[in-house]
Write a protein that binds this ligand. Structure first.
Ligand code: 5RP
Length: 281
């Protein structure tokens, strides 16, 4: 692997081989997503605990300070919306020149295997890989399921992940599923798990993230189950313990509970305000 590619990947994937990427890209097709209405406010308290950010160029420019040292995975696919005809009909939204200008460490593109736009999205991935390899920019392929969440089974996710790896993606972002080892072992490049809609309990999230890590994932790109939680900072600290410190789900829950108690007592139980208090005194 060439130096630039290796260096960028090493900014994202930590020395232990694991990673916690914080995605705040949801607005690119769903507008002001609940609790991500003001991305700067949502993400600022989480930045110290994020190994990288998954974000569009617009939110990067307007909400993330350029002095911030957080590595950027730039979301470079889009062109559709939740109220349009088909979420799968995405194109590449950002040039390689822009990716370099923004000093991105990697780029991410959604791929819609099994949809009417399968071929276009796979060829978009290939084009991005062709350009990315030329400039040393790693491409993360996102195996998107659109509105059909029932597609999140091992057979589909293993197929989609493998195809993206075959086309040259350096990293795959996919969903956790039962028998996750079928996804990770069938995929020759590292696999990162997304979170999906907010789960009913924190323990549900700790359980599936732990399971995925045991079965070959290298980390998470998990947003809503962190920043939609009433206690996002305790949540991300607990997730970091699973990703980087081999914590079990029950150890993660202990961390969450004790951090939650601290932050609630510090700021009278308020949600976002207490998280800011953590960082800004
Ligand atoms: C949305 C994305 C997100 O990065 C991905 O879905 C992870 O976020 P979440 O954990 O909230 O599902 O690709 O376009």
């Amino acid at each position: 692997m060439e130096w630039g590619m290796a260096n960028r990947l090493s900014r994202i994937i930590q020395p232990d081989g694991h990673v916690l990427i914080m995605p705040i890209d949801h607005g690119y097709f769903q507008g002001p997503t609940t609790r991500l209405e003001d991305p700067r406010q949502t993400v600022t308290p989480l930045l110290p605990y994020s190994d990288a950010l998954f974000v569009t160029r617009g939110v990067l420019r307007s909400c993330i300070d350029p002095e911030s040292n957080v590595p950027i995975v730039l979301r470079v696919s889009g062109g559709t919306s939740v109220i349009g005809n088909d979420l799968a009909d995405e194109g590449i939204t950002t040039s390689m020149e822009e990716i370099l200008r923004l000093n991105a460490s990697a780029v991410g593109i959604s791929v819609f295997v099994g949809t009417d736009y399968e071929k276009e999205s796979l060829l978009n991935l290939s084009k991005l890989v062709n350009q990315g390899e030329r400039y040393g920019i790693p491409v993360m392929a996102v195996t998107a399921v659109g509105k059909e969440l029932d597609k999140r089974d091992a057979r589909y996710l293993a197929l989609a992940s493998r195809i993206c790896a075959e086309l040259g993606a350096r990293v795959i972002k996919t969903y956790w599923c039962e028998d996750f080892e079928k996804v990770s072992t069938g995929c020759p490049v590292p696999v990162i798990m997304a979170g999906g809609p907010q789960a009913d309990t924190e323990m549900e999230v700790f359980n599936f993230v732990y399971d995925g890590m045991q079965k070959g994932a290298i980390g998470i790109n998990l947003g809503r189950n962190i920043w939609k939680n009433d206690y996002p900072v305790p949540m991300i600290k607990a997730m970091r313990a699973i990703i980087h410190k081999k914590a079990t789900p029950s150890e993660a829950l202990d961390i969450f509970d004790s951090e939650k108690a601290k932050s609630a007592s510090k700021a009278g139980g308020g949600r976002r305000r207490d998280d800011y208090a953590d960082l800004h005194g």
